[in-house]
Design a protein around this ligand. Sequence first.
Ligand code: SME
Length: 155
Amino acid sequence: MPSHDEVLATIREQITRERDAGRAMTLAVGTLKQAMPDYSWVGIYLLDSNELVLGPFEGKPSPHTHIPLGRGICGAAAAEKATIIVDDVSADPRYLACSLDTKSEIVVPIMKGAEVLGEIDIDSDRRAAFGDTDQRMLEAVAALLAERMTPPAGD
Ligand code: SME
């Protein structure tokens, strides 16, 4: 299994050559899903006015393709503008179930300045699968993606 630093370096290299934000997101999602055995579902939600809309993802199709701000762990991370790690989703009343196999989740906002553009959402079938090194790597990936994304019109 590659280290977190190696995965980040791979994504940085892939994205550096990629000017299209959609393709950059798809590449990052694919690399994270392939390189990290505990990441059972990897997706990116994009903020569109007051809801998060599912973009590229790998894993089983999610019933949650549109999540209002403030709902679910995804909506909470966007509203708080901060990464949320949940070690045991069954103990978190905010959790919106995607798969019965999911045990833990991390949601990392993609920010441009103080503005949320979207977020990286990852589920694991293992309890407490996400730690500081995951958070640091994913926040770095989010920053790389933000450089390629345009804030929604009107802002
Ligand atoms: N669990 C998320 C919903 C999205 S699915 O995990 C893909 C949440 O609670 O916001």
